[in-house]
Design a protein around this ligand. Structure first.
Ligand code: PLP
Length: 410
C-alpha cells in the first residue's frame, strides 16, 4: 500500500498568505471598485537594475551561438560568480570565506528548507517567534515536530520570542538546542542584531555544539555601519554557522531567482560513531545529486550585481525601499502608532492600536482604508497584536496608503 508523508497533514491549513488572499478576494467581490493597495507580501515592485538586464541580454545572445552556447553548468554555480561573491560579500568584510564554500542556488527559500536533508531526525530545533514560516513548515514536513497547538506552535520546537519586551532581540535559550534559525535583519519584525548579540549566539553554538542557520536575505538593507552583514564577521562563526543569502531583495530577483548558501569547510559534525564529517561535503553531494544549477543567463545577471554599475544601481533600489520604510514609520508615528523596524530593513512592524488582534486590525485596514498588510500572528503566537507593513511598493502607493491610514486613525 502506498504511504504518504503524513507529516504534511500536520501543517496548519490556513497558511498566512492564502488566508490573506481569501479575505481580500471576498472583500473585492463585494466591493469591485475598491482601490486596494497591497503592502502585505514581501515581494519587490521595482524593475531589475540595468546592469543585470544588460548582462542577461548578452548571455541570451551567447546561448544563441554555437561557439558560446552553454549546457549544464556546475551544480554549485559558475566559478566567476562564486569568486565575486566570496571577494565582495565576505572577504571585503574581513570574512575568510572561499569561493568553493559558496553554493549558488535558485532561492534562499529552497535552501533553508533543503538544508534539512543533510541533518538527522533527532535534532532539537529552535526558531524565533515571530518567524519566517518556511523554517517551521519545512521542519514539520521533515517529520521533526509534533502537532500544532491552538496558537499554531508545534510540539518539539523551541520558540524564542522576539517582542517589544526584549527589544526584539532573540534571547539565548537556557536549554541546549542543536539547530537554531536566526534571521537578521529580521522578517517580519525588521529588527537587527548587533555584533555583541550575534557573538553571544556564536559562543552559545560553539559551547553547545549547535549549528546556526543564519538567514541574511535582507543584509543589503543594513545602513548602520556598526551592524554585522554576515555571521562570519563574528569570531568562531565559521565553525558553527551556515549562511543563506539571496539576490531577491537587494537586486529585485524575486522572479528571476538566484541566491546562495555558504557552508564553510571548517564546519564539522560528529557521527554517532564519533567520526568527524564536513557538512560542506554533504551539502556538495546533496546539491550535485538533487540540483542542476541556476541558469547561465541568471548567473550572469547576478554577477552584474558585483560590477561598479550594478553596485550603484542596487544601492539606489535599496535606498528607494528604505525611503518608503521611513515614510511609513513617520506617518504612522504621527498618528500615535508604536512602530519598530524599517530602518535597516524593508519591514515596519506596527503595534496594533486599541488592543486589536492582528486579524481584526487587518480587517479594519482592509475595510476602512483598502490597504492590505500582514497580520503579525500569522508569523507566530508572539506576533499577535502586531502587524507587518512592507516597504516594497511604488512611492505613489506608499504615500496614498499612508494618507488613508493617517486619516482613518487620526
Ligand atoms: N528568507 C527570508 C527571511 C525571506 O523573507 C525570504 C522571502 O521573502 C526568503 C528567504 C526567500 O528568498 P528567495 O527569494 O531567495 O527564495
Amino acid at each position: 500500500m502506498v504511504k504518504i508523508n503524513e507529516s504534511y497533514l500536520k501543517l496548519k491549513a490556513g497558511y498566512l498568505f492564502p488566508e490573506i488572499a481569501r479575505r481580500v478576494n471576498a472583500f473585492v467581490t463585494e466591493n469591485p471598485d475598491a482601490p486596494i493597495i497591497k503592502l502585505g507580501i514581501g515581494d519587490v515592485t521595482e524593475p531589475l537594475p540595468d546592469a543585470c538586464l544588460d548582462a542577461m541580454a548578452a548571455a541570451v545572445k551567447e546561448m544563441g551561438d554555437r561557439a558560446t552556447f552553454k549546457g549544464y553548468g556546475p551544480e554549485q554555480g559558475y566559478a566567476w560568480l562564486r569568486e565575486k561573491i566570496a571577494a565582495q560579500d565576505f572577504q571585503a568584510r574581513g570574512c575568510q570565506i572561499d569561493a568553493s564554500e559558496i553554493f549558488v542556488s535558485d532561492g534562499a527559500k529552497c535552501d533553508t528548507g533543503n538544508i534539512l536533508d543533510i541533518f538527522g531526525k533527532d535534532n532539537t530545533i529552535a526558531v524565533t517567534d515571530p518567524v519566517y514560516p518556511v523554517y517551521v513548515d519545512t521542519n514539520v514536513m521533515a517529520g521533526h515536530t509534533g502537532e500544532a497547538d491552538e496558537s499554531g506552535k508545534y510540539g518539539g520546537l523551541t520558540y524564542i520570542p522576539i517582542t517589544a519586551d526584549n527589544e526584539f532581540t532573540a534571547q539565548i535559550p537556557t536549554e541546549k538546542v542543536d539547530l537554531i534559525y536566526l534571521c537578521f535583519p529580521n522578517n517580519p519584525t525588521g529588527a537587527t542584531a548587533s555584533k555583541e548579540q550575534l557573538q553571544a549566539w556564536v559562543d552559545y553554538a560553539k559551547t553547545n555544539g549547535s549549528i546556526i542557520f543564519f538567514d541574511a536575505a535582507y543584509e543589503a538593507f543594513i545602513t548602520d555601519d556598526s551592524l554585522p552583514h554576515s555571521i562570519y564577521e563574528l569570531d568562531g562563526a565559521k565553525d558553527c554557522a551556515i549562511e543563506f543569502r539571496s539576490f531577491s531583495k537587494n537586486a529585485g530577483f524575486t522572479g528571476t531567482r538566484c541566491a546562495f548558501t555558504v557552508v564553510p569547510k571548517t564546519l564539522t559534525v560528529k557521527t554517532s560513531s564519533g567520526e568527524e564529517v564536513q557538512l560542506w561535503k554533504l551539502w556538495n553531494r546533496r546539491q550535485s545529486t538533487k540540483f542542476n544549477g541556476v541558469s547561465y543567463i541568471v548567473q550572469r545577471g547576478a554577477e552584474a550585481v558585483y560590477s561598479e554599475a550594478g553596485q550603484a544601481q542596487i544601492k539606489e533600489l535599496i535606498s528607494f525601499y528604505l525611503e518608503n520604510a521611513a515614510i511609513i514609520r513617520k506617518e504612522l508615528e504621527s498618528v500615535g502608532f508604536d512602530v519598530f523596524g524599517g530602518v535597516n530593513a524593508p519591514y515596519v512592524w506596527v503595534k496594533t492600536p486599541e488592543g486589536l488582534t492582528s486579524w481584526d486590525f487587518f480587517d479594519k485596514l482592509l475595510i476602512n482604508c483598502n490597504v492590505v498588510g500582514t497580520p503579525g500572528s500569522g508569523f507566530g503566537a508572539a506576533g499577535e497584536g502586531y502587524f507587518r507593513i512592507s516597504a516594497f511598493n511604488s512611492r505613489e502607493n506608499v504615500l496614498e496608503a499612508m494618507k488613508r491610514i493617517t486619516t482613518a486613525f487620526k
